[in-house]
Design a protein around this ligand. Structure first.
Ligand SMILES: NC(=O)c1ccc[n+]([C@@H]2O[C@H](COP(=O)([O-])OP(=O)(O)OC[C@H]3O[C@@H](n4cnc5c(N)ncnc54)[C@H](OP(=O)(O)O)[C@@H]3O)[C@@H](O)[C@H]2O)c1
Length: 324
């Protein structure tokens, strides 16, 4: 099988496409013929050796795929060859075939195509968990989403809207803000042109109830200052490359909560609540309230261009690899 291989930590440009032996499923595992694999910002961190978890080298990156079950190992009775599935392997999705524990596989909803299914779980799973469990978002509250046109950002816009919130989308360009409006954002702020704090004040005098921040860096403190009394600030990621530091008095003055979100680990520790979240998300897709937005697909050979779209901050929504 053809696969994208990381042999040294560094830039995604250092990856290589290689022919590797087809994987063989062990007990409790299955093999998926990958039709599409979702590309996420954390893949860039993992390839760079900068993620929370370091993968031993060499490895095939990629943590979410959609495709067809090609074979099952001993003891697997939940899936059979031919089933269309979503797989969430620890690594290995950027390949024609992917080996995965059966417990990390779910049926693929009929409402999605392979590209949408491949890019669904991590982004929507993260944003739903963040807004539902971490923030306890209530209908009628106001949510400010930073990086609102990116992979997780656009899903936060959609989900917050579906949960009955007023959504302010903030991003770095007009086309990104237009994209966020198409996903349901009520209002938008271009944070490269205007002060985030005063733009929020103009729109919501008392401040916003929830901030969803996958960007970090210099925006973070400005955003925190725009929180309302008892506001919740969700620390989702640091796509800017800079981990922010907050003056603690800002939390005291608003009785605000700064809440860390690490969906992958939460999902592992809470499999039943995660399954319930995914069930509710699938219902929202079926009801037409969520529309997974895949705006780019690449072949494995085109990996450099695919990752540059992410590192050069150009992606709208989701990009995926498509296998032949
Ligand atoms: N906590 C969790 O469980 C969890 C789960 C998934 C992802 N994440 C994290 O969330 C963050 C976003 O992931 P993603 O997959 O949504 O990424 P993405 O699609 O690349 O979006 C990131 C957004 O961040 C903004 N940005 C600002 N500076 C940037 C820079 N130097 N390079 C790239 N983007 C920059 C961009 O928006 P503007 O141009 O509009 O500023 C971009 O749209 C990452 O840090 C990722 O590790 C966390």
């Amino acid at each position: 099988m053809r696969a994208l291989v990381c042999k040294q930590y560094g830039s995604p440009d250092d990856l290589v496409v290689e022919d590797l032996p087809d994987p063989v499923p062990g007990p409790g595992q299955l093999i998926v013929d990958v039709a599409a694999a979702g590309i996420n910002f954390p893949d860039v961190l993992l390839i760079g050796g900068k993620y929370q978890i370091k993968n031993p080298l060499p490895f095939v990156p990629g943590r979410e795929a959609a495709g067809v079950v090609a074979g099952v190992g001993d003891g697997v009775d939940t899936f059979k060859p031919g089933d269309r599935v979503i797989a969430l392997p620890e690594t290995g999705a950027f390949a024609e075939k992917c080996l995965v524990d059966a417990t990390l596989v779910t049926p693929m909803p009929d409402t999605m195509d392979y590209a949408q299914a491949a890019g669904f779980t991590i982004t929507y799973g993260t944003s739903y968990h963040a807004l539902k469990q971490s923030a306890g978002l209530e209908p009628g509250e106001t949510v400010l989403v930073l990086g609102a046109a990116g992979g997780v950002g656009i899903t936060a816009v959609e989900i917050a809207k579906a949960m009955g919130a007023r959504v302010i989308a903030a991003a770095s360009s007009e086309d990104k803000l237009e994209f966020a409006r198409s996903a349901g954002a009520d209002e938008t702020i271009n944070y490269t042109e205007t002060s985030l704090r005063s733009a929020v004040r103009d729109r919501v005098g008392k401040g916003v109830n929830v901030i969803y921040d996958p960007v970090g860096g210099k925006l973070a403190e400005e955003a925190l200052r725009a929180l309302a009394w008892h506001g919740r600030y969700l620390v989702v990621g640091f796509a800017s490359g800079e981990i922010p530091r907050f003056p603690a008095n800002l939390a005291l003055l608003k009785e605000a909560s700064i809440i860390g979100v690490w969906w992958g680990t939460w999902a592992q520790k809470n499999p039943e609540r995660q399954a319930q979240n995914m069930h509710e998300l699938a219902e929202l897709v079926e009801a037409g309230k969520l529309e997974p937005r895949v705006t780019g697909s690449y072949t494995l050979d085109d990996f450099s261009r695919a990752f540059r779209a992410i590192t050069e901050r150009r992606v709208l929504g989701k990009v995926v690899f498509r296998m032949n």
